[in-house]
Design a protein. Sequence first.
Length: 271
Amino acid sequence: MTDARQMQKNPIGVAHFSAIQLPPQEFVRQAAAAGFGSVGLRLHPAFAGAPYYELPQGSRAASEFRSLLDSEGMKVFDIEFFIVGPDFQAASVEHIVAAAADIGAKRLSACGDDADRSRLIENFNAFCQLAGRYGMAVDIENMGWRAVSSYSESAALVHACGQDNAGALVDAIHFFRNGGDVDEIDVDIVRHVQLCDVVGPPPKGAEDMMKEARSGRLAPGDGILALKDLIAKLDGKAAISVEVPLVGDTPASAHLRNLNLKTREVLQAET
Protein backbone atom coordinates (compact mmCIF):
# COMPACT_ATOMS: atom_id res chain seq x y z
CA MET A 1 0.00 0.00 0.00
CA THR A 2 1.37 3.43 -0.89
CA ASP A 3 1.89 6.05 1.80
CA ALA A 4 -0.91 8.20 0.35
CA ARG A 5 -3.40 5.32 0.33
CA GLN A 6 -2.43 4.30 3.84
CA MET A 7 -2.93 7.86 5.12
CA GLN A 8 -6.37 7.95 3.54
CA LYS A 9 -7.30 4.53 4.95
CA ASN A 10 -5.92 5.23 8.42
CA PRO A 11 -6.25 8.95 9.18
CA ILE A 12 -4.60 9.75 12.48
CA GLY A 13 -4.29 12.81 14.67
CA VAL A 14 -1.64 14.15 16.98
CA ALA A 15 -2.05 15.72 20.42
CA HIS A 16 -0.63 19.16 21.08
CA PHE A 17 1.34 17.76 24.02
CA SER A 18 3.50 15.97 21.44
CA ALA A 19 5.00 19.36 20.53
CA ILE A 20 3.52 21.80 23.03
CA GLN A 21 6.42 24.15 22.28
CA LEU A 22 4.71 25.04 18.99
CA PRO A 23 1.86 27.57 18.94
CA PRO A 24 -1.33 26.31 17.24
CA GLN A 25 -0.60 27.70 13.78
CA GLU A 26 2.90 26.25 13.56
CA PHE A 27 1.75 23.01 15.14
CA VAL A 28 -0.88 22.57 12.43
CA ARG A 29 1.65 23.28 9.67
CA GLN A 30 4.18 20.82 11.02
CA ALA A 31 1.59 18.16 11.84
CA ALA A 32 0.24 18.40 8.28
CA ALA A 33 3.75 18.15 6.84
CA ALA A 34 4.35 15.06 8.98
CA GLY A 35 1.28 13.33 7.51
CA PHE A 36 -1.33 13.80 10.21
CA GLY A 37 -4.94 14.61 9.35
CA SER A 38 -6.04 16.29 12.57
CA VAL A 39 -4.70 17.85 15.74
CA GLY A 40 -5.69 18.22 19.34
CA LEU A 41 -5.00 21.62 20.85
CA ARG A 42 -4.16 22.75 24.37
CA LEU A 43 -6.39 25.77 24.95
CA HIS A 44 -6.64 25.30 28.72
CA PRO A 45 -3.81 24.53 31.16
CA ALA A 46 -3.60 20.91 32.29
CA PHE A 47 -2.25 22.03 35.65
CA ALA A 48 -1.06 25.25 37.24
CA GLY A 49 1.79 26.70 35.18
CA ALA A 50 1.33 24.30 32.28
CA PRO A 51 1.65 25.78 28.78
CA TYR A 52 -1.46 26.50 26.76
CA TYR A 53 -2.62 28.83 23.99
CA GLU A 54 -5.63 31.05 23.36
CA LEU A 55 -7.82 31.37 20.27
CA PRO A 56 -10.81 33.38 21.52
CA GLN A 57 -14.15 32.92 19.82
CA GLY A 58 -14.71 35.49 17.11
CA SER A 59 -11.14 36.77 17.22
CA ARG A 60 -8.99 37.52 14.21
CA ALA A 61 -6.60 34.82 15.41
CA ALA A 62 -9.40 32.24 15.35
CA SER A 63 -10.49 33.32 11.86
CA GLU A 64 -6.94 33.09 10.54
CA PHE A 65 -6.55 29.73 12.22
CA ARG A 66 -9.66 28.35 10.50
CA SER A 67 -8.31 29.54 7.17
CA LEU A 68 -5.03 27.78 7.92
CA LEU A 69 -6.85 24.54 8.69
CA ASP A 70 -8.62 24.74 5.34
CA SER A 71 -5.45 25.49 3.43
CA GLU A 72 -3.60 22.61 5.08
CA GLY A 73 -6.51 20.17 4.78
CA MET A 74 -6.49 19.71 8.57
CA LYS A 75 -9.13 19.45 11.29
CA VAL A 76 -9.20 20.03 15.03
CA PHE A 77 -10.47 16.94 16.81
CA ASP A 78 -10.23 17.65 20.52
CA ILE A 79 -9.37 20.43 22.94
CA GLU A 80 -7.46 19.88 26.18
CA PHE A 81 -7.44 19.97 29.14
CA PHE A 82 -10.02 20.31 31.89
CA ILE A 83 -9.79 19.06 35.47
CA VAL A 84 -13.18 18.27 36.97
CA GLY A 85 -12.17 18.78 40.59
CA PRO A 86 -13.98 19.89 43.76
CA ASP A 87 -14.08 23.53 42.67
CA PHE A 88 -14.97 22.94 39.02
CA GLN A 89 -17.63 25.21 37.59
CA ALA A 90 -18.73 24.48 34.03
CA ALA A 91 -19.76 28.10 33.48
CA SER A 92 -16.22 29.29 34.17
CA VAL A 93 -14.86 27.48 31.10
CA GLU A 94 -17.69 28.29 28.70
CA HIS A 95 -15.51 30.80 26.82
CA ILE A 96 -13.03 28.00 26.07
CA VAL A 97 -15.78 25.63 24.99
CA ALA A 98 -17.11 28.36 22.70
CA ALA A 99 -13.62 28.94 21.31
CA ALA A 100 -13.22 25.21 20.70
CA ALA A 101 -16.49 25.02 18.79
CA ASP A 102 -15.51 28.12 16.82
CA ILE A 103 -12.50 26.32 15.30
CA GLY A 104 -14.42 23.12 14.59
CA ALA A 105 -13.35 20.91 17.50
CA LYS A 106 -15.57 17.91 18.19
CA ARG A 107 -14.58 16.81 21.67
CA LEU A 108 -13.18 18.10 24.95
CA SER A 109 -10.72 16.08 27.05
CA ALA A 110 -10.91 16.09 30.84
CA CYS A 111 -9.95 14.14 33.94
CA GLY A 112 -11.93 13.50 37.10
CA ASP A 113 -10.17 14.55 40.30
CA ASP A 114 -12.77 14.76 43.03
CA ALA A 115 -13.09 12.11 45.76
CA ASP A 116 -16.71 13.18 46.34
CA ARG A 117 -18.35 10.96 43.77
CA SER A 118 -21.77 12.58 43.80
CA ARG A 119 -20.24 16.02 43.26
CA LEU A 120 -17.96 14.65 40.54
CA ILE A 121 -20.93 13.16 38.71
CA GLU A 122 -22.89 16.40 39.06
CA ASN A 123 -20.04 18.54 37.75
CA PHE A 124 -19.23 16.17 34.89
CA ASN A 125 -22.91 16.15 33.97
CA ALA A 126 -22.95 19.95 33.90
CA PHE A 127 -19.83 20.02 31.76
CA CYS A 128 -21.39 17.59 29.27
CA GLN A 129 -24.55 19.69 29.14
CA LEU A 130 -22.50 22.81 28.44
CA ALA A 131 -20.52 21.05 25.71
CA GLY A 132 -23.72 19.70 24.22
CA ARG A 133 -25.07 23.20 23.73
CA TYR A 134 -22.09 23.81 21.45
CA GLY A 135 -22.44 20.50 19.63
CA MET A 136 -19.47 18.91 21.38
CA ALA A 137 -18.73 15.85 23.51
CA VAL A 138 -16.60 15.37 26.62
CA ASP A 139 -14.19 12.49 27.25
CA ILE A 140 -12.89 11.51 30.68
CA GLU A 141 -9.30 10.29 30.69
CA ASN A 142 -8.14 8.22 33.65
CA MET A 143 -4.79 9.02 35.27
CA GLY A 144 -3.12 7.08 38.05
CA TRP A 145 -2.60 10.12 40.27
CA ARG A 146 -6.16 11.44 39.92
CA ALA A 147 -9.35 10.39 41.70
CA VAL A 148 -10.50 8.71 38.48
CA SER A 149 -7.37 6.60 38.18
CA SER A 150 -8.42 3.59 36.09
CA TYR A 151 -10.35 2.98 32.90
CA SER A 152 -13.06 1.13 34.84
CA GLU A 153 -13.58 4.22 36.99
CA SER A 154 -13.81 6.50 33.97
CA ALA A 155 -16.31 4.17 32.32
CA ALA A 156 -18.37 4.08 35.53
CA LEU A 157 -18.40 7.89 35.62
CA VAL A 158 -19.61 8.07 32.02
CA HIS A 159 -22.46 5.67 32.73
CA ALA A 160 -23.37 7.43 35.99
CA CYS A 161 -23.44 10.78 34.18
CA GLY A 162 -26.00 9.52 31.70
CA GLN A 163 -25.38 12.19 29.07
CA ASP A 164 -25.28 10.99 25.45
CA ASN A 165 -22.21 13.13 24.72
CA ALA A 166 -20.14 11.71 27.61
CA GLY A 167 -17.29 9.39 26.70
CA ALA A 168 -14.09 7.79 27.94
CA LEU A 169 -10.73 8.60 26.39
CA VAL A 170 -8.33 5.65 26.31
CA ASP A 171 -4.75 6.90 26.51
CA ALA A 172 -2.49 3.85 26.17
CA ILE A 173 -0.09 4.80 28.95
CA HIS A 174 -2.81 5.54 31.50
CA PHE A 175 -4.95 2.61 30.39
CA PHE A 176 -2.33 -0.12 30.62
CA ARG A 177 -0.24 1.33 33.47
CA ASN A 178 -3.34 1.48 35.69
CA GLY A 179 -4.57 -2.07 35.21
CA GLY A 180 -6.66 -1.75 32.08
CA ASP A 181 -7.60 -4.88 30.15
CA VAL A 182 -8.58 -4.56 26.49
CA ASP A 183 -11.45 -6.99 27.02
CA GLU A 184 -13.14 -4.61 29.48
CA ILE A 185 -13.37 -1.71 27.02
CA ASP A 186 -16.91 -0.61 26.30
CA VAL A 187 -16.69 0.34 22.64
CA ASP A 188 -19.99 2.22 22.91
CA ILE A 189 -18.45 4.95 25.07
CA VAL A 190 -14.89 5.20 23.69
CA ARG A 191 -14.59 7.57 20.75
CA HIS A 192 -10.92 8.51 21.10
CA VAL A 193 -7.78 6.48 21.69
CA GLN A 194 -4.32 8.01 22.12
CA LEU A 195 -1.29 5.88 21.29
CA CYS A 196 2.17 5.92 22.81
CA ASP A 197 4.52 3.35 24.28
CA VAL A 198 6.72 2.79 27.34
CA VAL A 199 9.29 0.33 28.67
CA GLY A 200 9.97 -1.08 32.11
CA PRO A 201 7.73 -1.78 35.09
CA PRO A 202 4.88 0.58 35.96
CA PRO A 203 5.81 3.46 38.26
CA LYS A 204 4.34 3.21 41.75
CA GLY A 205 3.98 6.69 43.19
CA ALA A 206 2.14 9.69 41.82
CA GLU A 207 5.32 11.67 41.19
CA ASP A 208 6.88 8.88 39.13
CA MET A 209 3.60 8.36 37.24
CA MET A 210 3.54 12.02 36.26
CA LYS A 211 7.21 11.95 35.26
CA GLU A 212 6.68 8.96 32.98
CA ALA A 213 3.54 10.44 31.42
CA ARG A 214 5.18 13.79 30.74
CA SER A 215 8.70 12.79 29.74
CA GLY A 216 8.96 9.01 29.52
CA ARG A 217 6.72 8.10 26.60
CA LEU A 218 8.02 6.42 23.45
CA ALA A 219 6.69 6.34 19.91
CA PRO A 220 4.07 3.63 19.30
CA GLY A 221 5.73 0.26 18.73
CA ASP A 222 8.96 1.18 20.52
CA GLY A 223 7.91 -0.28 23.88
CA ILE A 224 5.95 -3.03 25.59
CA LEU A 225 2.31 -1.89 25.54
CA ALA A 226 -0.25 -4.10 23.82
CA LEU A 227 -1.12 -1.47 21.22
CA LYS A 228 -2.10 -3.96 18.53
CA ASP A 229 -4.72 -5.46 20.82
CA LEU A 230 -6.00 -2.00 21.68
CA ILE A 231 -6.26 -1.00 18.04
CA ALA A 232 -7.96 -4.25 17.11
CA LYS A 233 -10.59 -3.59 19.77
CA LEU A 234 -11.27 0.00 18.75
CA ASP A 235 -10.44 0.14 15.04
CA GLY A 236 -13.27 1.80 13.17
CA LYS A 237 -15.02 2.71 16.42
CA ALA A 238 -12.75 5.44 17.81
CA ALA A 239 -10.57 8.18 16.39
CA ILE A 240 -6.87 7.40 16.69
CA SER A 241 -4.25 9.94 17.67
CA VAL A 242 -0.74 9.85 19.10
CA GLU A 243 0.56 11.63 22.18
CA VAL A 244 4.29 11.50 22.86
CA PRO A 245 5.81 14.69 24.29
CA LEU A 246 8.97 15.97 22.65
CA VAL A 247 11.89 15.62 25.06
CA GLY A 248 15.41 16.77 24.33
CA ASP A 249 16.72 18.76 21.39
CA THR A 250 15.17 16.80 18.50
CA PRO A 251 13.51 19.24 16.07
CA ALA A 252 9.73 19.18 16.38
CA SER A 253 9.36 18.45 12.66
CA ALA A 254 11.53 15.32 12.92
CA HIS A 255 9.74 14.21 16.08
CA LEU A 256 6.32 14.52 14.46
CA ARG A 257 7.42 12.70 11.31
CA ASN A 258 8.77 9.86 13.41
CA LEU A 259 5.53 9.62 15.40
CA ASN A 260 3.51 9.47 12.21
CA LEU A 261 5.74 6.79 10.69
CA LYS A 262 5.81 4.63 13.83
CA THR A 263 2.07 4.92 14.35
CA ARG A 264 1.35 3.91 10.76
CA GLU A 265 3.65 0.91 11.11
CA VAL A 266 1.62 -0.25 14.11
CA LEU A 267 -1.66 0.37 12.26
CA GLN A 268 -0.43 -1.38 9.12
CA ALA A 269 0.39 -4.47 11.16
CA GLU A 270 -3.33 -4.71 11.88
CA THR A 271 -4.47 -4.49 8.24
